[in-house]
Design a protein around this ligand. Structure first.
Ligand code: BES
Ligand code: ZN
Length: 615
């Protein structure tokens, strides 16, 4: 124990004196301490034949260093045709540039060298088929089958694969755009989307609020719009539009609850865009227009915490932004916490607690396999691809840390603190150190004797879970434990379990709690009784298939094959591929299915699965 405390202490001393002093985002080439982009104007044509966006970007510059004239931008797999710079008299000059060799993680540094401090730069360029931040779907790959679809996913460092930009969350800019598309398609962006925009292939956007490059977003497809309220509505292909409107009709309530807790929603409209099933995430908090996987349109609102989550980012993430990807927990931990507060108010505390327990179980699973360093909230990303360090840690450990503070201080002190935090840092990008200072001044020292800075530092800078970790318990789940035990002991029959009243959360808890060595007979019995192999709930199916792979219950294989071909959401498919890869037959099956599925996956998912099966 003493040894451990000593180690913690040394780590804390180390962090406070060195690591935090270096503010520079190591995942950008941009010289953003010398010059900042304040506005970007994108003038792009979306070319589905070549799978490329083509045109130019105008970058307005604010100089911070009077001596400097060069501008370094991030790019990845872009073709650059020409660079121009505007001088202080408003004259444009062709200027030289240099595109460096490609780095696998960072892409290619683009250095533009006018011999004066340019007011604006213009870069003529196009993206290529390789763009890691864009997915291009052919007609056949969409549900409607008649029109193609494309969408962007910039977080963490993929903006640079379709825009030459300062691709760091430390820089905030406003943007505007003119986007040309095939005439019958609609373009939407993380900007002002007017619900009744005529579909004519020529679209104009303005985003007047300063946001980091990872929040610039675009989608183009055969999209229809339906309002849910004055302020909210849904863009989707028509096959799913009505179902999505029904599923997410609590969105306006969620906004009101969030405003009540954390202050005004500052972004105007809040719309949802339902993407094709290949969207690699559950959701993405693109401002004014969250991007959403169709796999949460379950028919019973069981997975709408995803909407609460993306909406919550309108405060944590989009308003107050992590200044580097090391600080991701500031975005995702706060958001998971706020998400759960929204769920509690809209759907009741029973459900909110069940979601906490399921989150903690996922985190425990991650902690069991992650290297210790990756379980530290303040991540070490030096030289690493941020996608590779992605886990439940910034989410659930971050959420637990905030729950710890909430429980110690009480909501009457903690809620106003969080509200003030969002207002204080609104439209700024901040790092972990700034957060800690603010926390100390406005909570820890303000109410002395409740939480110590050592406790705070242990949460943020040490691996694993501190022993001050809250342990949420759900009465509903405790009952499931009891029933499961009775069934396994032969005291009640499967048919007697009150499953017709179970929610999706209870199903997930039940399935995830079953013995990974369960006999094939029992698996078959469960399947006969509950038809789990055919579940239409993407989360239940995922949990069941994973259990089936552990137990060797092969009956699921054809359904699993369809699942893997149809869905590209990484969280749902990656664990299945990983499990499959552990046995020779599993690996053979995975390789065969992946061959069919791969062309339909997003480049990010393709890359992840390539790595898992590469052996
Ligand atoms: N911003 C994230 C997605 C993300 C994080 C993309 C880091 C790239 C790098 C989004 O808000 C998110 O967390 N989505 C989750 C939602 C879930 C926790 C409710 C997802 O996609 O599963
Ligand atoms: Zn998030």
């Amino acid at each position: 124990m003493i040894k451990r405390l000593h180690m913690v202490f040394c780590t804390l001393v180390m962090f406070s004196s060195h690591a935090l002093a270096v503010a520079k985002d190591t995942l950008t080439y941009a010289n953003y301490e010398q010059v900042k982009i304040s506005h970007a104007y994108l003038d792009l044509a979306v070319d589905f034949d070549q799978k490329a966006v083509k045109g130019f970007v105008d970058l307005s510059l604010t100089w911070l260093d009077a001596e400097q004239t060069k501008v370094v931008l991030d790019t990845r797999d872009l073709i650059v045709f020409k660079t121009l710079a505007e001088d202080s008299e408003g004259e444009w000059h062709t200027v030289s540039y240099q595109l460096a060799k490609r780095d696998d993680v960072m892409g290619s540094k683009l250095t533009i060298t006018p011999n004066f401090q340019a007011k604006k730069l213009r870069v003529y360029y196009q993206s290529t088929e390789k763009a890691s931040g864009l997915q291009w779907l052919s007609k056949a790959q969409t549900q409607g089958k008649t029109q193609p679809f494309m969408f962007s996913q910039n977080q963490a460092i993929h903006a640079r694969s379709w825009i030459p930009i300062q691709d760091t969350p430390a820089v905030r800019l406003t943007y505007s755009a003119r986007i040309k598309t095939p005439k019958s398609l609609l373009a939407v962006m993380s900007a002002n989307n007017e619900p009744n925009t005529p579909v004519d292939g020529d679209y104009h956007f303005v985003m007047p609020q300063a946001i980091p490059a990872y929040l610039i977003a675009i989608a183009v497809g055969d999209l229809q719009f339906k309002p849910m309220s004055e302020q909210t509505g849904i863009y989707a292909e028509s096959y799913i539009l009505d179902r999505a409107v029904a599923e997410f009709d609590d969105t306006q309530d969620m906004i009101e609850v969030s405003e009540d807790l954390y202050g005004e929603y500052r972004w105007g409209r809040y719309d949802l865009l339902i993407l094709p099933p290949s969207f690699p995430f559950g959701g993405m908090e693109n401002p004014r227009l969250s991007f959403i996987t169709p796999t949460v349109v379950a028919g019973d609102k069981s997975l709408v915490n995803l909407i609460a989550h993306e909406l919550a980012h309108s405060w944590s993430g989009n308003l107050v932004t992590n200044e580097s990807w090391r600080d991701l927990w500031l975005n995702e931990g706060f958001t998971s916490y706020v998400e759960n507060r929204i769920m509690e108010r809209v759907f009741g505390s029973e459900r909110a607690i069940m979601e906490q327990v399921l989150g903690v179980a996922d985190l425990q699973g991650d902690l069991a396999t992650l290297p210790a360093n990756d379980s530290i909230l303040y991540l070490d990303l030096q030289g690493r691809d941020p996608d590779a360090a992605f886990s439940g840690v910034p989410y659930v450990k971050g959420q637990l840390f905030l729950m710890f503070l909430e429980q110690r201080f009480g909501r009457e002190k903690f809620d106003p603190f969080v509200l003030d935090y969002f207002n204080h840092f609104a439209f700024q990008s901040i790092g972990t150190e700034t957060f800690i200072n603010y926390l100390r001044q406005n909570l820890i020292d303000k109410y002395p004797g409740i939480v110590s800075m050592n406790e705070v530092n242990e949460w943020i800078f040490t691996a694993g879970l501190p022993n001050t970790t809250p342990t949420p318990t759900s009465d509903v789940f405790v009952k499931i434990d009891a029933l499961t035990a009775q069934w396994l002991a032969g005291e009640v029959a499967l048919a007697q379990l009150p499953t017709n009243k179970w929610t999706v959360h209870e199903w997930l808890y039940f399935i995830n709690g079953l013995d990974r060595q369960m006999s094939l007979d029992t698996m078959a019995q469960l399947d006969r009784q509950f038809n789990l192999t055919q579940s239409t709930n993407a989360e239940i199916a995922h949990a069941w298939y994973l259990l089936a792979l552990h137990t060797g219950y092969d009956t699921v294989m054809p359904a699993l094959e369809q699942y893997l071909i149809h869905i590209g959401r990484r969280k749902l498919i990656v664990p299945l591929y990983k499990k499959l890869a552990q046995t020779p037959q599993g690996l053979a099956f995975a390789k065969r299915v992946f061959k069919v599925a791969r062309p339909g996956y997003h480049p990010l998912a393709q890359g992840t699965i390539d790595e898992i099966l590469l052996q």
